[in-house]
Design a binder for this molecule. Structure first.
Ligand SMILES: *Cc1c(COP(=O)(O)O)cnc(C)c1O
Ligand SMILES: [Zn+2]
Length: 469
Protein backbone atom coordinates (compact mmCIF):
# COMPACT_ATOMS: atom_id res chain seq x y z
CA UNK A 1 0.00 0.00 0.00
CA UNK A 2 1.22 3.45 -1.01
CA UNK A 3 1.22 5.66 2.10
CA UNK A 4 2.67 8.75 0.46
CA UNK A 5 -0.32 9.35 -1.84
CA UNK A 6 -3.89 10.19 -0.88
CA UNK A 7 -7.05 11.82 -2.19
CA UNK A 8 -8.20 15.16 -0.85
CA UNK A 9 -11.27 17.35 -1.28
CA UNK A 10 -10.39 20.60 -3.09
CA UNK A 11 -12.78 22.65 -0.92
CA UNK A 12 -10.60 24.55 1.60
CA UNK A 13 -13.42 24.58 4.15
CA UNK A 14 -13.54 20.75 4.06
CA UNK A 15 -10.23 19.16 2.98
CA UNK A 16 -11.48 15.66 3.80
CA UNK A 17 -8.96 13.00 2.80
CA UNK A 18 -9.44 9.50 1.40
CA UNK A 19 -7.11 6.58 0.82
CA UNK A 20 -5.55 6.12 -2.59
CA UNK A 21 -7.27 2.73 -2.99
CA UNK A 22 -10.75 4.22 -2.61
CA UNK A 23 -12.93 4.67 -5.66
CA UNK A 24 -14.52 8.12 -5.48
CA UNK A 25 -15.26 10.94 -7.90
CA UNK A 26 -16.32 13.49 -5.30
CA UNK A 27 -16.03 14.25 -1.60
CA UNK A 28 -18.39 12.22 0.63
CA UNK A 29 -18.81 15.22 2.97
CA UNK A 30 -19.34 18.16 0.61
CA UNK A 31 -19.50 16.68 -2.92
CA UNK A 32 -16.57 18.79 -4.20
CA UNK A 33 -13.98 17.44 -6.62
CA UNK A 34 -10.98 15.48 -5.34
CA UNK A 35 -7.26 15.90 -5.94
CA UNK A 36 -4.57 13.23 -5.84
CA UNK A 37 -1.93 14.59 -3.46
CA UNK A 38 1.47 13.35 -2.32
CA UNK A 39 3.58 13.62 0.78
CA UNK A 40 6.69 14.52 -1.19
CA UNK A 41 8.89 14.23 1.91
CA UNK A 42 8.35 10.45 1.80
CA UNK A 43 9.11 10.19 -1.91
CA UNK A 44 12.24 10.22 -4.08
CA UNK A 45 11.78 13.62 -5.76
CA UNK A 46 14.36 14.40 -8.49
CA UNK A 47 16.64 17.35 -7.73
CA UNK A 48 16.14 18.79 -11.20
CA UNK A 49 14.09 17.99 -14.25
CA UNK A 50 17.05 16.88 -16.35
CA UNK A 51 17.07 13.79 -14.11
CA UNK A 52 14.40 12.37 -16.42
CA UNK A 53 16.73 12.39 -19.43
CA UNK A 54 18.42 9.15 -18.37
CA UNK A 55 15.24 7.32 -19.40
CA UNK A 56 15.84 8.13 -23.06
CA UNK A 57 18.57 5.51 -23.07
CA UNK A 58 16.67 2.83 -21.14
CA UNK A 59 13.34 2.96 -22.98
CA UNK A 60 12.28 -0.50 -24.09
CA UNK A 61 14.94 -2.33 -22.06
CA UNK A 62 14.91 -4.09 -18.70
CA UNK A 63 11.99 -4.34 -16.26
CA UNK A 64 11.09 -0.66 -16.39
CA UNK A 65 11.72 -0.28 -20.11
CA UNK A 66 8.00 -0.29 -20.91
CA UNK A 67 7.56 2.61 -18.47
CA UNK A 68 10.53 4.58 -19.76
CA UNK A 69 9.06 4.16 -23.26
CA UNK A 70 5.83 5.93 -22.19
CA UNK A 71 5.63 9.72 -22.38
CA UNK A 72 3.58 9.63 -19.18
CA UNK A 73 5.45 7.10 -17.02
CA UNK A 74 8.96 8.22 -17.79
CA UNK A 75 7.94 11.03 -15.43
CA UNK A 76 6.53 8.58 -12.89
CA UNK A 77 8.13 10.32 -9.89
CA UNK A 78 5.67 13.16 -10.58
CA UNK A 79 2.57 10.92 -10.34
CA UNK A 80 3.56 8.28 -7.79
CA UNK A 81 0.08 7.12 -6.72
CA UNK A 82 0.52 3.46 -7.74
CA UNK A 83 1.39 0.74 -5.23
CA UNK A 84 3.89 -1.00 -7.45
CA UNK A 85 5.20 -0.54 -10.96
CA UNK A 86 3.39 -3.77 -11.92
CA UNK A 87 0.08 -1.91 -11.48
CA UNK A 88 0.85 0.40 -14.37
CA UNK A 89 -1.27 -0.08 -17.51
CA UNK A 90 0.56 1.45 -20.46
CA UNK A 91 0.20 1.17 -24.23
CA UNK A 92 3.09 3.48 -25.12
CA UNK A 93 1.05 6.69 -24.79
CA UNK A 94 2.44 10.21 -24.75
CA UNK A 95 5.10 9.84 -27.44
CA UNK A 96 4.12 13.16 -28.93
CA UNK A 97 5.85 16.03 -30.68
CA UNK A 98 6.42 19.71 -29.95
CA UNK A 99 6.79 21.38 -33.34
CA UNK A 100 8.35 24.76 -33.91
CA UNK A 101 5.67 26.01 -36.30
CA UNK A 102 7.43 28.83 -38.11
CA UNK A 103 5.37 28.55 -41.30
CA UNK A 104 2.10 28.89 -39.42
CA UNK A 105 3.63 31.53 -37.17
CA UNK A 106 4.54 33.62 -40.22
CA UNK A 107 0.88 33.54 -41.36
CA UNK A 108 -0.11 34.90 -37.96
CA UNK A 109 2.55 37.60 -37.90
CA UNK A 110 4.82 35.83 -35.39
CA UNK A 111 8.60 35.66 -35.31
CA UNK A 112 10.36 32.34 -36.03
CA UNK A 113 10.59 30.23 -32.86
CA UNK A 114 7.69 31.92 -31.09
CA UNK A 115 4.87 29.56 -32.05
CA UNK A 116 5.02 25.94 -30.96
CA UNK A 117 2.42 23.25 -31.54
CA UNK A 118 2.08 20.29 -29.19
CA UNK A 119 0.63 17.43 -31.25
CA UNK A 120 -1.29 15.29 -28.75
CA UNK A 121 -3.17 13.71 -31.68
CA UNK A 122 -0.08 11.51 -32.11
CA UNK A 123 -1.16 9.37 -29.15
CA UNK A 124 -2.16 5.72 -29.85
CA UNK A 125 -5.90 6.49 -29.98
CA UNK A 126 -5.34 9.85 -31.66
CA UNK A 127 -6.03 12.30 -28.83
CA UNK A 128 -4.53 13.57 -25.57
CA UNK A 129 -7.05 11.46 -23.65
CA UNK A 130 -4.57 8.53 -23.64
CA UNK A 131 -2.35 10.49 -21.22
CA UNK A 132 -5.15 10.40 -18.66
CA UNK A 133 -6.53 6.95 -19.42
CA UNK A 134 -3.22 5.24 -18.69
CA UNK A 135 -3.32 6.71 -15.18
CA UNK A 136 -7.01 6.00 -14.56
CA UNK A 137 -6.65 2.41 -15.84
CA UNK A 138 -3.67 1.98 -13.55
CA UNK A 139 -5.90 2.97 -10.64
CA UNK A 140 -8.74 0.76 -11.93
CA UNK A 141 -6.31 -2.17 -11.96
CA UNK A 142 -5.10 -1.29 -8.44
CA UNK A 143 -8.67 -1.53 -7.12
CA UNK A 144 -9.50 -4.66 -9.11
CA UNK A 145 -12.10 -3.11 -11.44
CA UNK A 146 -13.46 -5.34 -14.21
CA UNK A 147 -15.90 -2.96 -15.92
CA UNK A 148 -15.11 0.61 -16.92
CA UNK A 149 -17.42 3.22 -18.41
CA UNK A 150 -17.56 6.80 -19.63
CA UNK A 151 -19.78 9.36 -21.32
CA UNK A 152 -18.08 10.84 -24.30
CA UNK A 153 -18.12 13.33 -27.13
CA UNK A 154 -15.94 10.73 -28.88
CA UNK A 155 -12.28 10.79 -27.90
CA UNK A 156 -12.75 9.60 -24.33
CA UNK A 157 -14.65 6.57 -25.64
CA UNK A 158 -11.98 5.80 -28.25
CA UNK A 159 -9.27 5.98 -25.61
CA UNK A 160 -11.24 4.01 -23.02
CA UNK A 161 -12.02 1.33 -25.59
CA UNK A 162 -8.40 0.72 -26.57
CA UNK A 163 -7.18 0.66 -22.97
CA UNK A 164 -10.05 -1.63 -21.89
CA UNK A 165 -9.12 -4.05 -24.65
CA UNK A 166 -5.47 -4.11 -23.56
CA UNK A 167 -6.31 -4.37 -19.85
CA UNK A 168 -8.92 -7.07 -20.59
CA UNK A 169 -11.70 -5.12 -18.89
CA UNK A 170 -15.22 -4.64 -20.18
CA UNK A 171 -15.57 -1.14 -21.66
CA UNK A 172 -18.94 0.62 -21.83
CA UNK A 173 -19.24 3.97 -23.59
CA UNK A 174 -22.21 6.33 -23.62
CA UNK A 175 -22.50 8.75 -26.47
CA UNK A 176 -25.29 11.23 -26.98
CA UNK A 177 -27.22 12.37 -30.00
CA UNK A 178 -25.16 15.55 -30.22
CA UNK A 179 -22.32 15.40 -32.67
CA UNK A 180 -19.88 12.52 -32.69
CA UNK A 181 -17.48 12.11 -35.57
CA UNK A 182 -17.25 8.91 -37.59
CA UNK A 183 -13.55 8.58 -36.77
CA UNK A 184 -14.17 8.44 -33.03
CA UNK A 185 -17.26 6.25 -33.20
CA UNK A 186 -15.45 3.79 -35.46
CA UNK A 187 -12.70 3.40 -32.86
CA UNK A 188 -15.05 2.57 -29.97
CA UNK A 189 -16.77 -0.07 -32.11
CA UNK A 190 -13.53 -1.46 -33.49
CA UNK A 191 -11.82 -1.82 -30.11
CA UNK A 192 -14.80 -3.79 -28.84
CA UNK A 193 -16.48 -1.48 -26.32
CA UNK A 194 -20.20 -1.81 -25.68
CA UNK A 195 -21.40 1.41 -27.30
CA UNK A 196 -24.69 2.85 -26.14
CA UNK A 197 -26.25 5.90 -27.75
CA UNK A 198 -28.66 7.74 -25.50
CA UNK A 199 -31.21 10.21 -26.82
CA UNK A 200 -29.71 13.28 -25.15
CA UNK A 201 -26.60 15.49 -25.25
CA UNK A 202 -23.20 14.87 -23.63
CA UNK A 203 -24.23 16.45 -20.34
CA UNK A 204 -27.23 14.09 -20.12
CA UNK A 205 -24.97 11.09 -20.83
CA UNK A 206 -22.56 12.10 -18.11
CA UNK A 207 -25.35 12.54 -15.56
CA UNK A 208 -26.59 9.02 -16.35
CA UNK A 209 -23.27 7.22 -16.25
CA UNK A 210 -22.25 9.07 -13.11
CA UNK A 211 -25.44 8.00 -11.42
CA UNK A 212 -24.99 4.39 -12.51
CA UNK A 213 -21.30 4.20 -11.53
CA UNK A 214 -21.49 6.14 -8.27
CA UNK A 215 -24.92 5.40 -6.81
CA UNK A 216 -25.10 1.76 -7.89
CA UNK A 217 -21.79 0.36 -6.61
CA UNK A 218 -23.22 -3.17 -6.75
CA UNK A 219 -22.84 -2.98 -10.56
CA UNK A 220 -19.07 -2.61 -10.14
CA UNK A 221 -18.67 -0.01 -12.88
CA UNK A 222 -15.53 2.17 -12.64
CA UNK A 223 -16.06 5.72 -13.98
CA UNK A 224 -13.48 6.94 -16.49
CA UNK A 225 -14.66 10.52 -17.11
CA UNK A 226 -12.40 13.37 -16.11
CA UNK A 227 -14.21 13.80 -12.76
CA UNK A 228 -11.91 10.86 -12.04
CA UNK A 229 -8.92 12.65 -10.47
CA UNK A 230 -6.45 10.00 -11.65
CA UNK A 231 -7.05 11.00 -15.28
CA UNK A 232 -5.67 14.45 -14.53
CA UNK A 233 -2.51 13.00 -12.98
CA UNK A 234 -1.63 11.45 -16.32
CA UNK A 235 -2.50 14.61 -18.24
CA UNK A 236 0.07 16.59 -16.25
CA UNK A 237 2.67 14.85 -18.39
CA UNK A 238 1.73 16.98 -21.42
CA UNK A 239 3.37 19.87 -19.60
CA UNK A 240 6.41 17.79 -18.61
CA UNK A 241 6.98 16.87 -22.25
CA UNK A 242 6.72 20.49 -23.37
CA UNK A 243 9.35 21.45 -20.80
CA UNK A 244 11.48 18.49 -21.85
CA UNK A 245 11.35 19.55 -25.51
CA UNK A 246 12.47 23.07 -24.49
CA UNK A 247 15.43 22.01 -22.38
CA UNK A 248 13.27 22.49 -19.25
CA UNK A 249 12.50 26.16 -19.94
CA UNK A 250 8.87 27.28 -19.54
CA UNK A 251 7.26 29.02 -22.51
CA UNK A 252 5.39 32.29 -21.88
CA UNK A 253 1.97 30.87 -22.71
CA UNK A 254 0.08 27.57 -22.87
CA UNK A 255 -3.13 27.74 -24.93
CA UNK A 256 -5.68 24.92 -24.75
CA UNK A 257 -9.28 24.33 -25.81
CA UNK A 258 -11.71 23.95 -22.91
CA UNK A 259 -14.50 21.34 -22.85
CA UNK A 260 -14.96 19.51 -19.57
CA UNK A 261 -11.90 21.47 -18.38
CA UNK A 262 -9.88 18.48 -17.23
CA UNK A 263 -6.87 19.26 -19.35
CA UNK A 264 -6.40 22.88 -18.25
CA UNK A 265 -6.95 21.75 -14.64
CA UNK A 266 -4.20 19.16 -14.99
CA UNK A 267 -1.83 21.77 -16.42
CA UNK A 268 -2.40 24.06 -13.44
CA UNK A 269 -1.73 21.20 -11.02
CA UNK A 270 1.43 20.21 -12.87
CA UNK A 271 2.92 23.70 -12.63
CA UNK A 272 1.81 24.26 -9.04
CA UNK A 273 3.62 21.05 -8.05
CA UNK A 274 6.75 21.76 -10.11
CA UNK A 275 6.99 25.19 -8.53
CA UNK A 276 6.37 23.84 -5.01
CA UNK A 277 9.17 21.31 -5.53
CA UNK A 278 11.53 23.99 -6.82
CA UNK A 279 11.86 22.24 -10.18
CA UNK A 280 10.93 25.29 -12.32
CA UNK A 281 11.40 29.01 -11.92
CA UNK A 282 8.64 30.38 -14.08
CA UNK A 283 5.02 29.27 -14.44
CA UNK A 284 3.69 30.02 -17.95
CA UNK A 285 0.40 31.86 -18.39
CA UNK A 286 -2.67 29.86 -19.40
CA UNK A 287 -5.30 30.65 -22.04
CA UNK A 288 -8.40 28.44 -22.12
CA UNK A 289 -10.45 28.70 -25.29
CA UNK A 290 -14.16 27.87 -25.50
CA UNK A 291 -16.25 27.56 -28.63
CA UNK A 292 -18.94 30.26 -28.77
CA UNK A 293 -21.54 27.49 -28.99
CA UNK A 294 -20.38 25.98 -25.67
CA UNK A 295 -19.03 28.96 -23.75
CA UNK A 296 -19.86 28.33 -20.10
CA UNK A 297 -16.37 29.05 -18.77
CA UNK A 298 -15.98 32.20 -20.84
CA UNK A 299 -19.37 33.49 -19.68
CA UNK A 300 -18.65 32.79 -16.01
CA UNK A 301 -15.09 34.09 -16.10
CA UNK A 302 -15.47 37.20 -18.21
CA UNK A 303 -19.13 38.19 -17.85
CA UNK A 304 -19.78 37.19 -14.24
CA UNK A 305 -16.18 37.60 -13.06
CA UNK A 306 -16.18 34.23 -11.33
CA UNK A 307 -12.78 33.56 -9.74
CA UNK A 308 -11.20 30.75 -7.69
CA UNK A 309 -10.87 33.10 -4.72
CA UNK A 310 -8.86 30.59 -2.63
CA UNK A 311 -11.58 28.01 -3.14
CA UNK A 312 -14.35 30.31 -1.95
CA UNK A 313 -15.80 30.91 -5.41
CA UNK A 314 -19.48 31.71 -5.61
CA UNK A 315 -21.44 28.58 -6.61
CA UNK A 316 -24.72 30.48 -6.93
CA UNK A 317 -23.41 32.25 -10.03
CA UNK A 318 -22.93 28.86 -11.66
CA UNK A 319 -26.28 27.54 -10.48
CA UNK A 320 -28.04 30.62 -11.87
CA UNK A 321 -26.39 30.20 -15.27
CA UNK A 322 -27.33 26.50 -15.41
CA UNK A 323 -30.91 27.19 -14.31
CA UNK A 324 -31.17 29.73 -17.12
CA UNK A 325 -29.89 27.15 -19.60
CA UNK A 326 -32.51 24.64 -18.43
CA UNK A 327 -35.26 27.22 -18.67
CA UNK A 328 -34.27 28.11 -22.23
CA UNK A 329 -33.88 24.39 -23.07
CA UNK A 330 -30.36 25.31 -24.18
CA UNK A 331 -28.07 22.72 -25.74
CA UNK A 332 -24.49 23.52 -26.72
CA UNK A 333 -23.79 23.51 -30.44
CA UNK A 334 -20.42 23.80 -32.16
CA UNK A 335 -18.54 22.23 -35.05
CA UNK A 336 -15.84 21.41 -32.47
CA UNK A 337 -17.73 18.37 -31.14
CA UNK A 338 -15.02 17.49 -28.59
CA UNK A 339 -15.76 20.67 -26.65
CA UNK A 340 -19.54 20.70 -27.12
CA UNK A 341 -20.12 20.69 -23.36
CA UNK A 342 -22.14 23.23 -21.39
CA UNK A 343 -21.68 21.97 -17.79
CA UNK A 344 -17.95 21.40 -17.44
CA UNK A 345 -17.42 19.08 -14.48
CA UNK A 346 -13.94 20.35 -13.68
CA UNK A 347 -14.97 24.00 -13.51
CA UNK A 348 -13.67 24.62 -9.94
CA UNK A 349 -10.31 23.05 -10.78
CA UNK A 350 -10.14 25.13 -13.95
CA UNK A 351 -10.69 28.30 -11.90
CA UNK A 352 -7.84 27.19 -9.67
CA UNK A 353 -5.59 26.55 -12.68
CA UNK A 354 -6.43 30.00 -14.07
CA UNK A 355 -5.39 31.45 -10.71
CA UNK A 356 -2.13 29.45 -10.51
CA UNK A 357 -1.18 30.27 -14.11
CA UNK A 358 -2.44 33.87 -14.22
CA UNK A 359 -4.82 32.78 -16.93
CA UNK A 360 -7.30 34.24 -19.39
CA UNK A 361 -10.37 32.79 -21.10
CA UNK A 362 -11.75 33.53 -24.56
CA UNK A 363 -14.35 32.11 -26.90
CA UNK A 364 -14.02 31.69 -30.67
CA UNK A 365 -16.70 31.19 -33.31
CA UNK A 366 -17.06 28.07 -35.44
CA UNK A 367 -15.81 30.03 -38.46
CA UNK A 368 -12.67 31.05 -36.55
CA UNK A 369 -12.18 27.43 -35.47
CA UNK A 370 -12.56 26.14 -39.04
CA UNK A 371 -10.18 28.71 -40.54
CA UNK A 372 -7.48 28.13 -37.93
CA UNK A 373 -7.85 24.35 -38.09
CA UNK A 374 -7.31 24.58 -41.85
CA UNK A 375 -4.22 26.75 -41.30
CA UNK A 376 -2.73 24.14 -38.94
CA UNK A 377 -3.26 21.54 -41.65
CA UNK A 378 -1.85 23.72 -44.44
CA UNK A 379 1.23 24.85 -42.49
CA UNK A 380 1.59 22.06 -39.91
CA UNK A 381 0.54 18.42 -39.48
CA UNK A 382 -3.19 19.06 -39.00
CA UNK A 383 -5.61 18.61 -36.10
CA UNK A 384 -9.30 18.11 -35.40
CA UNK A 385 -11.70 21.08 -35.07
CA UNK A 386 -11.60 21.42 -31.26
CA UNK A 387 -7.82 21.71 -31.40
CA UNK A 388 -8.11 24.51 -33.95
CA UNK A 389 -9.79 26.52 -31.18
CA UNK A 390 -6.47 26.91 -29.38
CA UNK A 391 -4.79 28.50 -32.42
CA UNK A 392 -7.85 30.68 -33.10
CA UNK A 393 -7.87 31.80 -29.48
CA UNK A 394 -4.14 32.55 -29.52
CA UNK A 395 -4.60 34.64 -32.66
CA UNK A 396 -7.37 36.61 -31.00
CA UNK A 397 -5.31 37.19 -27.84
CA UNK A 398 -2.39 38.41 -29.93
CA UNK A 399 -4.56 40.87 -31.81
CA UNK A 400 -5.88 42.12 -28.46
CA UNK A 401 -2.29 42.58 -27.29
CA UNK A 402 -2.77 40.20 -24.36
CA UNK A 403 -0.20 37.82 -25.87
CA UNK A 404 2.84 39.86 -26.85
CA UNK A 405 4.47 39.54 -30.28
CA UNK A 406 7.76 38.59 -28.61
CA UNK A 407 6.34 35.88 -26.39
CA UNK A 408 6.67 32.13 -26.92
CA UNK A 409 3.35 30.35 -27.17
CA UNK A 410 2.57 26.63 -27.07
CA UNK A 411 -0.83 25.72 -28.52
CA UNK A 412 -2.05 22.28 -27.48
CA UNK A 413 -3.45 20.36 -30.45
CA UNK A 414 -5.64 17.92 -28.59
CA UNK A 415 -6.77 15.56 -31.35
CA UNK A 416 -5.64 14.12 -34.69
CA UNK A 417 -6.67 15.55 -38.03
CA UNK A 418 -8.23 12.22 -39.14
CA UNK A 419 -10.63 12.09 -36.19
CA UNK A 420 -13.14 14.22 -38.03
CA UNK A 421 -12.52 14.13 -41.79
CA UNK A 422 -16.12 15.12 -42.58
CA UNK A 423 -15.52 18.62 -41.26
CA UNK A 424 -12.38 18.86 -43.38
CA UNK A 425 -14.08 17.64 -46.55
CA UNK A 426 -16.99 19.99 -46.00
CA UNK A 427 -14.62 22.91 -45.47
CA UNK A 428 -12.88 22.23 -48.77
CA UNK A 429 -15.80 21.06 -50.92
CA UNK A 430 -19.02 22.26 -49.34
CA UNK A 431 -20.28 18.67 -49.31
CA UNK A 432 -21.78 17.85 -45.91
CA UNK A 433 -21.39 14.17 -44.98
CA UNK A 434 -22.81 14.92 -41.50
CA UNK A 435 -21.63 13.53 -38.19
CA UNK A 436 -23.33 10.59 -36.52
CA UNK A 437 -26.56 11.73 -34.90
CA UNK A 438 -28.45 8.43 -34.98
CA UNK A 439 -26.46 5.26 -35.34
CA UNK A 440 -29.10 2.61 -34.77
CA UNK A 441 -28.09 -0.07 -37.31
CA UNK A 442 -30.21 0.05 -40.48
CA UNK A 443 -29.54 -3.59 -41.32
CA UNK A 444 -27.82 -6.56 -39.69
CA UNK A 445 -24.06 -6.15 -39.92
CA UNK A 446 -22.30 -9.24 -41.26
CA UNK A 447 -18.65 -9.14 -40.09
CA UNK A 448 -17.40 -11.85 -37.72
CA UNK A 449 -16.36 -9.15 -35.23
CA UNK A 450 -19.30 -6.76 -35.86
CA UNK A 451 -19.93 -4.85 -32.63
CA UNK A 452 -23.38 -3.33 -32.96
CA UNK A 453 -24.08 -0.05 -31.18
CA UNK A 454 -27.22 0.09 -29.06
CA UNK A 455 -29.58 3.07 -29.27
CA UNK A 456 -31.81 3.73 -26.23
CA UNK A 457 -34.04 6.44 -24.78
CA UNK A 458 -32.63 8.63 -21.99
CA UNK A 459 -34.27 6.32 -19.44
CA UNK A 460 -32.54 4.56 -16.56
CA UNK A 461 -34.25 1.19 -16.95
CA UNK A 462 -33.58 1.03 -20.68
CA UNK A 463 -29.96 2.00 -20.08
CA UNK A 464 -29.39 -0.63 -17.38
CA UNK A 465 -30.90 -3.26 -19.67
CA UNK A 466 -28.54 -2.21 -22.47
CA UNK A 467 -25.52 -2.53 -20.13
CA UNK A 468 -26.70 -5.98 -19.15
CA UNK A 469 -26.93 -4.99 -15.49
C1 LIG B 1 -11.63 16.03 -24.67
C2 LIG B 1 -11.14 16.98 -25.71
C3 LIG B 1 -11.04 18.36 -25.47
C4 LIG B 1 -11.50 18.99 -24.20
O1 LIG B 1 -10.67 18.69 -23.12
P1 LIG B 1 -11.21 18.92 -21.63
O2 LIG B 1 -10.19 18.33 -20.76
O3 LIG B 1 -12.52 18.18 -21.55
O4 LIG B 1 -11.40 20.38 -21.47
C5 LIG B 1 -10.51 19.15 -26.45
N1 LIG B 1 -10.11 18.65 -27.64
C6 LIG B 1 -10.20 17.34 -27.89
C7 LIG B 1 -9.76 16.84 -29.23
C8 LIG B 1 -10.71 16.45 -26.96
O5 LIG B 1 -10.80 15.16 -27.23
ZN1 LIG C 1 -15.26 17.99 0.92
Amino acid sequence: MNHAAFQQCINPACRATYGIDEVRVSCAKCDSLLDILYDWTKLPVPKNLSYFEHRWSTKGTGVTGRLDFSGVWRFREMLPFYNSEDDIVTIGEGRTVLQQADLLGRQLGMKPGNLLLQYEGLNPSGSFKDNGMTAAFTHAKMVGAKKVACASTGNTSASLAVFAAFAEMKGVVFIGTGKISFGKLSQALDYGALTIQIKGDFDACLRRIRHIAVDMPELGIYLMNSVNPFRLEGQKSIMFRILEARDWQSPDWIVVPGGNLGNCSAFGKAFAELKELGLIKKIPRLAVINASGANTLNTLYNQYNLRWNDGNFDPTTIQRLYAGMDEANYHPNTVASAIEISRPVNLPKALRALHVMDGVVREVTDDEILEHRAMVARWGFGCEPASGASVAGMHKLMEEGVIGRDETVVCILTGHELKDPNVTVKYHTGVDMKTVQDMAPREEPHGKLSNKPVAVEDDLEAILKAIGA
